[in-house]
Design a binder for this molecule. Structure first.
Ligand code: FAD
Ligand code: NAP
Ligand code: SF4
Length: 675
């Protein structure tokens, strides 16, 4: 058999060292970096990924000094006493044959700390603290701090460092005029503004010597007004190479940019074109990044010359064995990152430890494990939604005999509805993964079988797991049974006809998804890079600074009004890092949002309601789509318990409130590890 993914898997010779393949695990803050006591967990997390075959890994960001903290007492490497804890990480990685660089990240004005500093005292729109402008001497001192941090990383056994120069952090803040208003040698002309990163790389190289990897993460697309121009990006790239960098990695978008850059609605490899443009200007290896989650896509980027390496970060949270599976020619067994951000970035921004929606073991490698069972049981799992799939496959992997029932004709439960939403096509991948896993682990899958309690009792299973999910909450107002009233299942799964004017009741995750589904027409932007760029204003010709041009979204397919009873923000419960995208997308499609309503009735005219006891109002519409939350479906429980069958509840059948696939999959895993 010829080598699969030969470009991705080809070694990369850096002169003084060779990487075993072209896969870089990009930097992610997991929440395990901040305290010394968490380093054994961090070491296990990286060791598992080194064992999985990735060529080079980069840690989460470590500040070179206190002013550069992401948050007070956050990760930092500035003192000798902080070196020892890192040895656990580097030794564990090297034992597994891997290589790892430490990222030096100065947060600048993005620091969630009153001590934060920047080029000038210009507050960022996304953080509460106004930075202090560093003095001229302070800039020179900071450069020394970067060099010191790199030297400490070398003493800690790292193979190199990554200097974080993108996503709008400290270095970026010196590069562009809207955050750099200085009049000393660090401000004014572009030559002056770019001196900071160039002198940092020179100082680091001088301190660590020639045989140490220096990656520079260069912001190739700022995606903000008044960002860098393409000529400036190229000028900086060349200067960084001359200053002694080994590799140039790509950064896409400042954190304050209003263009999605990594969420699931971003097309795969949407930004590799810009790395391709840089290839022509520098001779050291360059790395493409963002929304690359598949070995085929990664391989193609390198094959067509857009990059020498490919950075994937979240895909290694989702599957530590990604590269080994690709190398074995088994891409179907990769647990694909679906770009949801729900358990990784949303956790980071919520001050929680990162993990992964599709892989609850991520960052819990020392805590969430399972072993082969010594007491083989016959277990029935009812419901092949995310909770049931997770439970059944782990149970079978442990050696239990598992029957997995679903009354539907396919596995997946509500994921089969979610996958039809424009921008959520990645959800198909989780279903493909579980389909394969069911075969690999020997789960006995029984589709089109709606199981009754009496059938389960007479089959005398040792244990039963109810993963029967939810029932959509129904309206109870007058006219709830009017023909124009539809549920989200009628609309998305059953494709019932929907008119031009629609009222959506409920503004939770499903309400937003239904509005997106109904407002959308044409190709899904997440499947077509040109459509995505047009919709969000990404300017691939780089006519404007920051490559941020004029957004030109598609015309909406329908006139939609979305309502909720609460007076608070619409979509307040959506993901921390993705809620703004859903809101911006519906705004572009001119979806009207009405809050604080009390519904009164549905009739031939439409949906009637009042706001705070005011005058009755009506939305004249052809359909009212109900997305009013969900209730647990556990109709089998009582009878099973009465018959003394050991029964467990997971996912929606355990609790419908605040249910998501992250909780469903984790509950399935944890229960299956214990039975
Ligand atoms: P379900 O997925 O509801 O599965 C239950 C299964 O049990 C079904 O397949 C059903 O057929 C089967 N069943 C029920 N009774 C029986 C019986 N008696 N016999 C046999 N089989 C039976 N979550 C996220 O985390 N992120 C998202 O972005 C997201 N987007 C969503 C978008 C939409 C449009 C929808 C509808 C949901 C979305 N969700 C999302 C929610 C997520 O899909 C659910 O939280 C998750 O599917 C719950 O998993 P579960 O296994 O508990 O239940
Ligand atoms: P949800 O997020 O709880 O939202 C339910 C909506 O219905 C709310 O807007 C609520 O607002 C309204 N509502 C509740 N009771 C009502 C009633 N009796 N009459 C009228 N309106 C009522 O639930 P969901 O949208 O059904 O989503 C289900 C789960 O799937 C969620 O927990 C979510 O996490 C998950 N999901 C996640 C995503 C994602 O992108 N992460 C996407 C889709 C789904 P008011 O009470 O203010 O009216
Ligand atoms: Fe990917 Fe979602 Fe897992 Fe994050 S939580 S790694 S985005 S699948």
């Amino acid at each position: 058999m010829s080598q699969p993914y030969k470009h991705l898997l080809e070694p990369l010779d850096l002169g003084f060292t060779t990487l075993k393949n072209r896969a870089l695990m990009g930097s992610m803050h997991t929440g395990l970096e901040d305290k010394a006591k968490d380093f054994p967990k961090l070491a296990a997390y990286f060791a598992e990924r080194a064992r999985g075959g990735v060529g080079l890994m980069v840690t989460g960001g470590f500040a070179p000094n206190i002013e550069g903290w992401l948050s007070p007492f956050g990760s930092k490497l500035s003192k000798k006493s902080e070196v020892k804890r890192h040895l656990q990480v580097t030794e564990a990685v090297h034992r597994e044959g891997g290589k790892i660089c430490l990222q030096i990240l100065h947060a600048g004005r993005y620091g969630y700390s009153p001590l934060c500093v920047s080029a000038s005292n210009v507050k960022s729109p996304i953080s509460p603290f106004k930075p202090r402008a560093l003095s001229t001497k302070g800039v020179y001192r900071t450069i020394k701090d970067y060099a010191n941090s790199a030297e400490l990383a070398q003493q800690a056994g790292y193979d190199g460092v990554e200097v974080m120069g993108s996503e709008g952090y400290f270095i970026n803040q010196f590069l562009v005029t809207h955050t750099n208003k200085r009049t000393d040698e660090w401000g004014g002309s572009f030559e002056n503004r770019m001196r900071l990163p160039v002198e940092i790389v020179e100082a680091v190289r001088e301190r660590v010597g020639p045989n140490f990897i220096i990656i520079y993460r260069l912001s190739m697309l700022d995606l903000i007004e008044q960002g860098s121009s393409w000529d400036e990006v190229v000028q900086l790239g060349k200067a960084i190479e001359a200053a002694g960098a080994t590799i140039i990695n790509t950064g896409i978008g400042w954190h304050e940019a209003r263009v999605p850059t990594i969420a699931t609605n971003v097309p795969r490899a949407a930004f590799s074109w810009v790395t391709g443009r840089m290839q022509d200007h520098v001779s050291i290896p360059v790395v493409a990044t963002n929304r690359i989650n598949d070995p085929q896509v990664a391989n193609e980027i390198i094959a067509k010359g857009d990059a020498d390496m490919v950075s994937m970060a979240r895909p290694f949270l989702a599957d530590s064995d990604f590269i080994n599976k690709a190398a074995a020619g088994k891409p179907e067994s990769i647990n694909t990152c679906i770009g949801c951000n729900q358990a990784c970035l949303d956790h980071t921004f919520g001050g929680k430890r990162s993990t992964c929606l599709v892989n609850p073991r991520a960052c819990y490698e020392t805590e969430l494990n399972f072993s082969p069972t010594k007491n083989k049981k016959r277990v029935a799992v009812i419901g092949a939604g995310p909770a049931g799939l997770s439970a059944a496959t782990v149970l079978a992997e442990r050696g239990h005999e598992v029957d997995l029932f679903d009354k539907a004709s396919e596995i997946g439960g509500q994921f089969n509805i979610a996958k039809k939403i424009p921008g959520k096509e990645e959800f198909y991948q989780t279903l493909r993964y579980y389909k394969n896993k069911i075969e690999e682990t020997g789960v006995n899958l029984r589709l089109n079988e709606g199981v009754s309690a009496s059938a389960l009792i007479s089959a005398a299973y040792d244990e039963v797991v109810l993963a029967t999910g939810i029932l959509p909450r129904k309206l109870t107002i007058e006219g709830a049974d009017h023909p124009k009233v539809l549920s989200y299942i009628d609309v998305i799964r059953d494709q019932k006809p929907v008119g031009q004017r629609v009222a959506v009741i409920g503004a939770g995750g499903i309400g937003f998804d239904v509005a997106e589904f109904l407002a959308h027409q044409g190709v899904s932007p997440s499947l077509d890079i040109d459509v995505f760029n047009k919709e969000w204003g990404v300017d691939t010709e780089y006519k404007d600074r920051g490559a941020y041009g004029h957004a030109d979204p598609e015309e909406p397919a329908r006139q939609i009004t979305m309502l909720q009873r609460k007076e608070g923000k619409m979509g307040a419960g959506l993901g921390k890092t993705t809620g703004w995208i859903h809101r911006a997308s519906l705004k572009m499609k001119r979806v009207q949002m009405v809050r604080g309503v009390e519904y009164t009735k549905v009739d031939d005219r439409g949906l009637h309601f009042t706001i705070q006891g005011g005058e009755p109002q009506v939305i004249e519409c052809d359909n009212v789509v109900v997305c009013a939350g969900q209730l647990s479906r556990r109709d089998l429980l009582e009878e099973l318990e009465a018959a003394n069958v050991t029964t467990h509840l997971i996912g929606g059948s355990k609790m419908a409130g605040e249910l998501d696939a992250k909780r469903a999959i984790r509950e399935g895993f944890v229960l299956a590890a214990e039975i």
